[in-house]
Write a protein that binds this ligand. Structure first.
Ligand code: GRF
Length: 189
């Protein structure tokens, strides 16, 4: 069993999907969920599944506390599922190539600071792209620049809006993210 931590800052729909899928997994044990924002839905799901949940705002002190917690709980992989804060180098150094992020576009395009949520989909449409998708990548010290592990694509319709694209992308994420993490921790990617 690989013990993972999931970090979130938003709605947490990917985290909920993972909590659900991994509760019967032979490969992955979710040992903790950390949220940088209040999230009652994910907190309740954790409670129901007996997973430790922490809500703390993200600052220098709490970064150290969370890092300490990950080490203490023998976490081997950290999954950023909609986590909007920059992970400091000191944190990354403790988990080299063991922190994974999901980005709602086909990197290396449409990434970087400020490229999150609807901003990404608006930029994809403004660029008249014929496709978009999700990128699952390792985390380094710069937003969305770590090595890409897997990408999944979806086509854009001529009348596509940021809202319709966001739904398509969320569907792709829920379809592929949790299984990609399983393949990754098993060493298949
Ligand atoms: C996803 O679109 C992900 O690609 C991005 O943040 C969003 C998180 O969604 N990094 P949710 O909080 O899992 O619903």
């Amino acid at each position: 069993m690989r013990r993972i931590a999931i970090f979130i800052s938003g709605e947490g729909s990917n985290a909920l999907k993972m909590l659900d899928e991994y509760s019967s997994s032979q490969t992955i044990d979710v040992a903790l969920v950390y949220s940088s924002k209040h999230n009652l839905k994910v907190q309740n799901a954790c409670k129901e599944k007996g997973v430790e949940f922490h809500f703390l705002s993200w600052n220098l002190k709490t970064q150290e506390d969370i890092l300490g917690l990950c080490i203490k709980k023998d976490i081997s992989w950290i999954v950023l599922a909609g986590f909007l804060k920059l992970i400091p180098e000191s944190f990354i150094d403790s988990f080299p190539n063991k922190i994974v992020n999901i980005h709602p576009a086909l990197l290396p395009k449409f990434g970087g600071k400020g490229m999150y949520g609807m901003h990404v989909h608006e930029a994809v449409i403004a660029a008249k792209s014929s496709e978009s998708g999700v990128s699952i990548h390792f985390v380094n010290g710069a937003y969305d620049e770590g090595q890409i592990i897997a990408q999944f694509k979806v086509g854009l319709e001529p009348n596509e809006t940021p809202e319709t694209l966001s739904l398509k992308i969320r569907t792709l994420e829920h379809l592929y993210f949790s299984e990609t993490v399983v393949q990754l921790v098993q060493g298949n990617l």
